[in-house]
Design a protein around this ligand. Sequence first.
Ligand SMILES: [Zn+2]
Length: 429
Amino acid sequence: MAKRTHEERNRGFYDERAERMDPAERTAFQQKEALRTLQYAHARAPGYRRFLDEKGVDPASIRTIADFARIPVLKKNRMPEYHKADPPFGGFLAVPVESLKRIYVSPGPIHDPEGRQEDYWGLRKCLYNAGFRAGDLVMNTFSHHLTPGGIFLDEACGGIGCVMVPTGVGNTEIQVRTMAALKVNGYLGTASFLTALIGKMEELGYDPARDLTVEIAFVGGEILTASLRSGLQERGILVRQGYITADLGTLAYECPCENGMHLADDRYIEICDPLTGEPLPAGAIGEVVVTNFMSPCYPLVRYGTGDLSVVDPAPCPCGRTSPRLRGILGRADEVTKIRGMFVHPRQVNEAAARFPEQIERARVVVTREGDADVMTVELLLKGGVAATDALRTAVEGRIRETTKLRGTVLFVPEIPAGAKTIDDRRKWD
Ligand SMILES: [Zn+2]
């Protein structure tokens, strides 16, 4: 097997015309397709028709993309109840079940349909742009059943000409021996499992400097921390990731610049206010809301993923012209709007984590005084730590940095076990 340099893997586009399209032209195409999909879903998917009727929306009144923004967001976290009420797909399937290629069982419990089009999930561009090439020998350590990950990636890599070695989860020793015997050069799975395989390799008497042949890894299933990534990169492995869901396929993918994830060209993706569904301007944090115009079988319209992110429209040095998502920043159902800004528990925890020696726990309490929101940051200090003004000022500064909001620190003797990180006590009646 010829080794490929990183430069060779980083070169080229999966679909240059689509990836370098003029951004205005791309947006116009996506919006046209989104409007078409609304009419299609209303005509063909009885569950979606019911949803629009309940919300009092007549699709005939939706003619422009400004109208489109008025369509209520279909929240992913409601899908289990819709599916349960009208099994197996809640009436959101637009074709007969008999015409599907696969039905995946996802945790939830929910079922996800797959149609028969080639590259149904739009995953090939994700793997190609990550650096996989035809002829790579790719070990796939994702589970091949009960969750879709293994088969999704098997189809995608196989589709661009890779040779697949489906090894699934666990059996570390067999995996290491397989990797070495076949001189596997591509890896699919979690970054931590690949790290564990390299450790096992040494344990079994292999020399990773000689026997580790993996050049490219596509990882998922966990947060890719900077240290996990750099640990693998130091072994000469390119590590790439994407934003893929079991119901929508590829939403965004990394390019060789590794500075966020390019939005897929073949989905209409909006960043919206998680409470009202109103589209937000570029740079604002909001819920990722997707219209999948590529699926004739499961045409989801303004589907709220529940994931929070931010879009960066700045041009990317790689030459792809689509905007980039700046990672997944949390869950939309956990955000609270304080003085017009969304605050996520993760931001509060991040601020507290900067004081590991002093802070045991922190929570934000939101109250209302007159017409103003008041944010109080309650701090439970570690044993023996003094509640000083210097500490108060430092934490208030850090909270302002992570949330862009001013809060007042209050040292408290106790934070009840099981208390929410953001305790919203405002009354709106
Ligand atoms: Zn790029």
